[in-house]
Design a protein around this ligand. Structure first.
Ligand SMILES: [Zn+2]
Length: 447
């Protein structure tokens, strides 16, 4: 029997003032004002809820939940921060990683996220199957995944930033990427797991690996992701090592195409934004990370005006220390409005970045908004709590007041959050085990 989410307090969907009808994994229809569903339905009373398309997180590093607020890195810029982190990350074991993934996914789900990417780029001994471990853990929680097989092959000895202990050879990276694509990438409409390729950054990856990744992506029909124009140190590095700006370097590597989304995208000149737009490259804006690392910030209105699609990413804990998507929507709204003014940035813009913009980054046209035939990926926030009290416009209040958690979250027609909880997951026990694991990683790293 289809399910009618009846009479929401507010909804971000066209012609659906009386709610949505869900049938199986998809939206069957929106119910306009004054109308009834065209089919008989079970009913969920949404009268206390603000209903939005499930949020799409376009950039994260789940494993980094183990190194939140790490003392040696608290007040470091990006390069010293990374140099403090690499030697700690190499001590993460499989059991630690499983807990880190569970924590990140639980936080994401509880914050209204229904699809998430992850950028995993450390594969020390024992973590060779990190992507498969992520797929296994996510199946318990129920989020839709676009997992990127990250990579680094340029160690300090070769002029890169990371130590030799956390890099791999190109041959190994390419072979594993192809294996993961063949085994797990589902190109079909409604896919729950997709694979993309994500060499980490220009300063930890050789030009040969950048090119090989683009070639493999073209061959397998995969998307490409990396950190780019993320901070001044990277721009300086590209100039010194390659004699060009980051975008010129990536163009030479075959990376300016419709299948590319880039994390951060802070340092683009106006003509470079036009080049990104005409190539169809999209940008994952990570506002909290931009602010914590004081790297500058993504010029979102200028990018959109140039025709570039922009999504939101919580980025890894350690650069953010939170995996809350509703929190990131608010941060994006506040940062961009403070920078560009009330005329150029609205709460609706921030919601668009977190939904349709994110779907564009991930190359998906089956998620990111709520319309007949699209996936039933939905976040519902209670509007009767203290933070909403007195609000006139519930959709604006969702961003401006940003409640701590979603009340109900649905992925492919299945509830994964019910009454503010993840069915079958003991959050207190998970937090306790994760804290012990994080402590163990720090201890093994000599901290
Ligand atoms: Zn990142």
């Amino acid at each position: 029997m289809p399910l009618w989410l009846r009479d929401p307090l507010a909804i971000l969907a066209p012609d659906a003032a009386r709610g949505l009808v869900i049938d199986g994994t998809r939206v069957l229809e929106g119910v306009p004002a004054g109308r009834e569903p065209s089919v008989s339905c079970d009913i969920f009373d949404a009268g206390r809820h603000v209903v939005v398309p499930g949020f799409v997180n376009t950039h994260h590093h789940f494993y980094q939940t183990l190194t939140r607020s790490l003392r040696p890195a608290l007040d470091a810029g990006v390069f010293p921060w990374l140099k403090a982190m690499y030697p700690v990350w190499r001590h993460i074991a499989e059991a630690d990683l499983r807990l880190a993934i569970r924590v990140a996914l639980a936080e994401l789900a509880l914050s209204g996220c229904t699809t998430t990417s992850d950028h995993h780029y450390i594969f020390p001994p024992g973590l060779e199957d990190a992507i498969e471990i992520t797929i296994e853990e996510a199946a318990h929680i129920g989020l839709r995944l676009v997992l990127t097989r990250g990579s680094m092959d340029l160690s300090e000895e070769d002029g890169g930033l990371p130590p030799a202990a956390v890099v791999q050879t190109i041959d190994r990276i390419v072979a594993d990427s192809a294996r993961l694509s063949d085994r797990h990438h589902d190109p079909s409409d409604g896919a729950m797991v997709q694979i993309a390729l994500a060499p980490c950054s220009p300063f930890s990856v050789s030009p040969e690996l950048m090119r090989a990744s683009a070639d493999l992506a073209a061959q397998k029909g995969l998307r490409l992701h990396t950190h780019l124009a993320a901070h001044v140190g990277e721009v300086d590095y590209c100039r010194a090592r390659f004699g060009r700006r980051p975008i010129d370097y990536m163009e030479e590597m075959g990376w300016l195409g419709r299948n590319v989304w880039l994390a951060h995208g802070i340092f683009f000149e106006p003509d470079e934004m036009k080049r990104l737009a005409s190539a169809g490259v999209s940008i994952a804006h990570c506002p909290t990370s931009n602010m914590i690392t004081a790297s500058g910030f993504c010029p979102v209105p200028q990018l959109e005006a140039a025709g570039v699609r922009v999504g939101l990413g919580v980025d890894g804990s350690s650069a953010n220390d939170s995996s809350s998507m509703i929190g990131e929507v608010r941060q994006a709204f506040l940062l961009q409005r403070a920078a560009h003014g009330v005329e150029r940035v609205s709460t609706g813009d921030a919601l668009r970045w977190a939904t349709a913009g994110g779907a564009a980054c991930l190359g998906r046209d089956d998620i990111g908004w709520l319309a007949p035939g699209l996936q039933a990926d939905i976040a519902m926030f209670r509007a009767d709590g203290l933070s909403f009290s007195g609000a006139d416009d519930p959709l604006a209040a969702l961003v401006r007041s940003a409640p701590a958690a979603a009340d109900r979250v649905m992925v492919a027609g299945r509830w994964i959050v019910e009454d503010g909880a993840l069915p079958g997951l003991d959050i207190a026990a998970l937090g306790a085990a994760h804290a012990v694991a994080a402590n163990g990683v720090r201890r093994r790293a000599g901290l």
